[in-house]
Design a protein. Structure first.
Length: 188
């Protein structure tokens, strides 16, 4: 399968367009998902279709990390080695645009994910992610995901499906913004 070839070339996680509002039913940036009963993933809409046992397994794959504001999670142009689930706080996604400098594309609240394309392709990061405020993250590396694909492919498919739905929503939101920009540009 295509993913086996891709995952053989990966390594475990190393340490170390406007503002989006939280999805419907998602906690705000200040809500603490760490202290919830069960796992921090139990209250997230993204993982709603997983059983409690599957959410526990998924939470166990990751490393919980607390970071102060301004911490760079990953930089545009670097290889992707993990994806992040924001349990508390917020993460700012930025991109360097020629001639204008760094632009904020989104501020992702608790309950969101970022860096998920690292699980899907081998391309460098397309943007930079920085903790916008003190944040608690669940970091799941490519190596851990590769182990999940081998050990529990059904759960891996559920995770990928959830991430695809999330990415699809972001793509639709981006398409709307691009359409709006073209509409505004035509008035000049």
């Amino acid at each position: 399968m295509w993913w086996r070839w891709t995952l053989r070339r990966t390594r475990p996680a190393s340490p170390g367009f406007g503002t989006r509002s939280p999805p419907r039913g998602c906690p705000s940036c200040d809500d603490d998902l760490e202290g919830s009963v069960g796992t921090p993933l139990d209250s997230l809409p993204l993982f709603r279709e997983m059983t409690p046992a599957e959410r526990r397994l998924l939470a166990g794959l990751g490393e919980r990390r607390q970071v102060p504001p301004g911490t760079v999670l990953f930089k545009e142009g670097t290889p992707g080695d993990a994806f992040y689930i924001i349990l508390r706080g917020a993460v700012r996604i930025t991109k360097v645009l020629p001639g204008t400098g760094e632009e904020v594309l989104a501020v992702l609240p608790a309950g969101s994910t970022c860096g998920e394309m690292a699980l899907i392709d081998e391309y460098p990061r397309s943007a930079t992610a920085v903790a916008d405020r003190r944040a608690t993250l669940l970091v799941i590396g490519k190596g851990a995901f590769a182990g999940l694909l081998e050990g529990d492919p059904g759960l891996a498919v559920k995770l990928l499906w959830a991430l695809c739905r999330s990415l699809s929503g972001r793509l639709r939101e981006t398409n709307e913004k691009i359409s709006s920009l073209f509409t505004v540009a035509r008035t000049f």
